[in-house]
Design a protein around this ligand. Structure first.
Ligand code: HEM
Length: 508
C-alpha cells in the first residue's frame, strides 16, 4: 500500500514537472519561452516573485503610487532589460527599452489592447482606442480625415479662443498661488468638446455633471487596476464599484448622446451641412469630428452607437492627455527660468495672438522641444498594453495566447543609452541637429506604429497655443520643485500632490 502511494506520488511529481515546463503551475499561467530553446533568462529578466506563486501577491491591493514605484523598482532591478512577470491572468512581458519595443511597434498582428483597456470598455465602448481588427481598421480610416491639416486650421481658431479665455481666468488668479489643474483641465475639456462635438461645453445643460462623472470614473478604474482580484469581471461586479462605474458611465453616455441627437437634427435640416447654429450652441461653419461621423452615418458606414463610442473616446483621449502635458510643461518652465526666457524670445516677435496660424505654431521649434522634453520625462500615457490573441513570436520569445505585453513608455524614454542624464530637463536634445541619430523608437510619447495616437498634431497645436498665450502675458514662477513630485499611475500620469505655480505679469 505504502509502495503504491509512493509510486503515485512520484508519478504525480514527474507529471507536474512535465506540466511545469509549459505552465508555471503555482502562478496559474502559461510560460513564455525562448524560441531557440535557450533559458528564458538569457533573453529577458525573470522577475522573482515575493512568494512561490509567481508575482501574484506582489501587487495585491497596492496604491497607484506604490504601483508606479514598484514598476520603477523592477526596471532598476533588471538594469534596463525587459522583464517577465507571472500572474494568474497570464504571463506579462514588460518592454522597457527602445530596442525591444521596435518589433512590437512594427508588428501588424500584435495590435489587440491589453487587460487594462477591458476596464475602460463600459465607458468607451468599442471606440478607436479599444476596438480591434476589421472594426478598428474601418474606424481609423473613417476618422483620419477628421485630423487633416485643413481641419486642424479650424481647430486652431478654437484653441486660440480658449487660450484667451484661459488668460481671462488667470487674470483673476494672478496674485495667488495657482492650482494649475483648476484652470488647465477646464481649458482642455472645452477644447476637445468643441472640436469633437462642435459645441461649447459651457452652453450645454448637464455640463458640470458630465465633468464630475469623468472624474469619478478614473479612481474606480485605477482601484481595479491596482487589485488583481478585481481584474476578474465577476469579482468586480460583486465586490468592486461596478454599479457606481455604470452610473457615471451612463451620465457621460447620456450627455454625448443628447448632443449627437441634437446635432444630427441640425445636420439633416441643413442638408448635411455642418454650419448649424441652434440656440447659439453650435459654432457656425466650423467642422467638428462629429460632422465627419454624421457624414459617414448618412452613407450607412456607422450607426448611432458607433458615433457615441467614437465621440466618447475622443472626449476622453483628448482631454486628460493634453492637460497632463500642459501642467508638467508649466511646472518645468517655472523651474527653469532660462529655458522659459528662450521660449519667450522665440515667441516675442510673433504677430498678434489672434492672427497666429498653424504654420506659426509649427515653426516654434524651441517651444516644441520643451513640450517634447516634458513628454519624455512625464509621458501623459506612461504605459500601453497589448494582448496576444494567439501564440506569438516576438524578439525571439514564444508568447503563448493570452500573454499580456506592457510597453513602459516611461522607462523607454528614461533610458540613459538614448538620453544621457535622463532625469535632467534638457529641451536641446530635441533640436533637429541633435536628433539625427536618435533611435526611431526611443521617443514614443504618442506610441508608434499602426496604433499610434491619431491626435498628436492636434495635441501639440493645442499645447502650443496655450503656452504661447501664457508666456506672452506672464512670467511663470515656481512654487514647487519637480524633483519633489511623487508620480503615480492614473489613466494618465498623476502626482500625489496638487500642482502650483505663480504668475507675474510681463511688463512690455
Ligand atoms: C499630449 C497628448 C496626448 C498623448 C501623450 C497621447 C498619447 C497616446 C498614446 C500613447 C496612444 C496609444 C495608446 C495605446 O497604444 O494603447 C494614443 C492613442 C490614441 N489617442 Fe492620443 N494622446 C494625446 C492626445 C490625444 C488627443 C488630443 C486625441 C484626440 C483628440 C487623442 C486620441 C487618441 C485616440 C483616438 C487613440 C487611439 C488610436 C488608435 O488606436 O487607432 N489623443 N494616444
Amino acid at each position: 500500500m505504502l509502495l503504491f502511494f509512493a509510486v503515485l506520488l512520484i508519478i504525480l511529481i514527474l507529471l507536474l514537472r512535465k506540466v511545469n515546463e509549459n505552465y508555471f503551475v503555482l502562478a496559474l499561467c502559461k510560460r513564455i519561452k525562448c524560441v531557440d530553446g535557450k533559458p528564458l533568462e538569457e533573453k529577458v529578466w525573470v522577475m522573482p516573485g515575493k512568494t512561490i506563486f509567481g508575482n501574484n501577491f506582489d501587487v495585491l491591493n497596492v496604491t497607484p503610487g506604490k504601483l508606479f514605484e514598484l514598476a520603477r523598482g523592477w526596471a532598476k532591478f533588471s538594469r534596463g532589460r525587459s522583464y517577465v512577470l507571472h500572474f494568474s491572468i497570464g504571463s506579462v512581458y514588460n518592454i522597457i527599452n527602445a530596442e525591444d519595443a521596435e518589433q512590437l511597434f512594427l508588428s501588424q498582428s500584435i495590435t489587440t489592447k491589453g487587460i487594462n483597456y477591458d476596464f475602460l470598455q463600459p465607458f468607451l465602448g468599442d471606440g478607436l482606442l479599444i476596438s480591434r481588427e476589421e472594426k478598428w481598421h474601418l474606424r481609423r480610416k473613417m476618422l483620419t480625415p477628421a485630423f487633416h491639416f485643413n481641419i486642424l486650421q479650424t481647430f486652431n481658431e478654437i484653441f486660440k479662443e480658449e487660450s484667451l479665455r484661459l488668460l481671462e481666468k488667470l487674470k483673476h488668479l494672478q496674485h495667488d498661488n495657482i492650482n494649475i489643474s483648476d484652470v488647465i483641465d477646464e481649458f482642455s475639456l472645452n477644447n476637445v468638446c468643441e472640436t469633437a462635438l462642435g459645441v461649447k461645453l459651457n452652453d450645454i445643460d448637464g455640463e458640470s455633471e458630465y465633468r464630475a462623472a469623468i472624474h469619478k470614473i478614473e479612481p474606480i478604474i485605477i482601484r481595479r487596476v491596482c487589485n488583481p482580484l478585481l481584474h476578474y469581471g465577476i469579482i468586480f461586479h460583486l465586490f468592486g464599484q461596478y454599479r457606481e462605474y455604470k452610473h457615471y458611465a451612463e451620465i457621460t453616455h447620456n450627455f454625448s448622446s443628447k448632443i449627437i441627437n441634437r446635432k444630427r437634427k441640425g445636420f439633416l435640416l441643413n442638408g448635411n451641412s455642418s454650419s448649424i447654429d441652434e440656440k447659439n450652441s453650435y459654432v457656425k461653419a466650423r467642422y467638428a469630428m462629429l460632422d465627419t461621423l454624421l457624414h459617414q452615418e448618412a452613407q450607412g458606414l456607422v450607426d448611432h452607437q458607433g458615433i457615441c463610442e467614437e465621440v466618447d473616446t475622443f472626449m476622453f483621449e483628448g482631454y486628460d492627455t493634453t492637460s497632463t502635458c500642459l501642467k508638467f510643461a508649466l511646472l518645468n518652465l517655472a523651474q527653469y527660468p532660462d529655458i522659459q526666457e528662450k521660449c519667450y524670445q522665440e515667441i516675442a516677435s510673433l504677430t498678434t495672438f489672434e492672427n497666429l496660424t498653424v504654420f506659426d505654431f509649427n515653426n516654434l521649434e524651441y517651444l516644441g522641444c520643451v513640450i517634447k522634453e516634458t513628454l519624455r520625462m512625464y509621458p501623459s500615457v506612461p504605459v500601453v498594453t497589448r494582448r496576444c490573441t494567439k501564440d506569438t513570436v516576438l524578439n525571439g520569445l514564444f508568447l503563448p495566447t493570452n500573454t499580456q505585453i506592457f510597453i513602459h513608455i516611461y522607462d523607454i524614454m528614461r533610458d540613459s543609452k538614448h538620453f544621457p542624464e535622463p532625469s535632467v530637463f534638457k529641451p536641446e536634445r530635441f533640436l533637429a541637429e541633435n536628433t539625427l541619430d536618435m533611435h526611431p523608437f526611443a521617443f514614443v510619447p504618442f506610441s508608434a506604429g499602426s496604433r499610434n495616437c491619431i491626435g498628436q498634431k492636434f495635441a501639440m497645436l493645442e499645447i502650443k497655443a496655450a503656452l504661447v498665450a501664457i508666456l506672452r502675458t506672464y512670467r511663470v514662477l515656481p512654487i514647487m520643485q519637480t524633483k519633489d513630485l511623487i508620480l503615480q499611475y492614473g489613466i494618465t500620469l498623476k502626482t500625489n500632490q496638487k500642482l502650483f505655480v505663480k504668475l507675474e505679469p510681463r511688463v512690455i
